[in-house]
Design a protein around this ligand. Sequence first.
Ligand code: S3P
Length: 436
Amino acid sequence: MTRLIIHAGSPLAGRCLIPGDKSISHRAVMFAAIAEGETTIHNFLDGHDCRATVAVMRELGVTIDEITPTDLVVHGRGLDGLIEPATVLDCANSGTTIRLLTGLLAGQNFTSFLTGTAQIRRRPMERIVRPLRGMGADIMGRQNGKYAPLGVRPARLRGVEYDLPVASAQVKSCVLLAGLYAKGLTIVREPGPARDHTERLLQAMGAPIEVLGDTIHIERPVEPLRSLEINVPGDMSSAAFLLAAGAIAPGSLLTIAGVGVNPTRTGIVDALLEMGAQISYENERTESGEPVADITVRGGDLRAATFGGRDLVTMIDELPILAVAATQAHGRTVIQDAGELRVKETDRIATTVSELRKLGARIEPTPDGLIIDGPTRLMGGPVESHGDHRLAMALTVAGLIAQGRTTVAGGEVTADSFPGFEETLRVLGGDVGVEA
Ligand code: S3P
């Protein structure tokens, strides 16, 4: 177990790059595997979760060359080229891996089994099993498909019309991938703008997918999916920790280069702007069908705000770090309509409250969100990651402004999504140490 040791220090300053987007990295490998020909992926996220996707795709017969840890070449096997895995597919701690893959496997002509860590085996799978069964999939799992391990038997799928009960990109993508193998049209309707990387990438690969507002249509391709060269943009969800750190540490001025600014992911930028943060985009461009920009943030005063509604999904992974920023904002910040936080890597409402309180934050849980009063002078102390990468990073940022010394136990999890997190903060002037 690694402990992160943080002291408040100088403002953050400078320019940095961040690792590739986690959601896009998973999808790039999975979709390249069922395309025809070779796909080169640059700036792949070399983190634990995406490594799990590479490992399971190899078990499914896919050859993946690692030119460097972040540059991969995937040798596509075509839509029907995957082979029956000889072992249980270990999705490690990655919800995206197990949920997207189950959709991809539901229409194959072989049997497969999927599992992951104890954390993954506690997370809800009924949300994907139910629509897949509605398409004719033959899936079993613990408690009649509520939890992994999951078993998938060969089945002939048929297209469905499915209204997502929650805005979830993992569920949406799972059904769309099954739709690639189904007879007839699959139609998915979403209640909020969940990240759309699956739609963008499949579209770029030539899949018959059509997006009409909240409704997505997909059909089995007649032509093979085309291979591509994919440049994965920097992960907004990783940038968020630096943006928040820069916004709350007085005197900071930092630029994060090459960040994906897909509007389904930029809720945290909008939220910080609404709180009065100074954030600007430069050098805006499009790479591999995704909008990208360099982002600059300056430290300053923040004011409280209320967040909720259908757009909350665009910052669902950023709420722990938003809560940290809110401890420094003047007034009462309210986060609502965020019940999904309860089924992430941890119950992030409970863990964010319990850990930030240890640092003196005035924060209350609600059934579907958080209430935070600020500003509060945080006091350093021992806190725990609970095995949750985003909580560990949010607490590290809190430590950068807390008086005295903060220690984050179980800090190794930052590498699930942001390998090099501590080093990046150090380069920007943060006082962050690592103790084995
Ligand atoms: C993801 C979707 C989101 C997000 C997760 C990554 C994806 O989960 O929280 O970190 O890559 O599709 P949900 O679909 O459960 O909201």
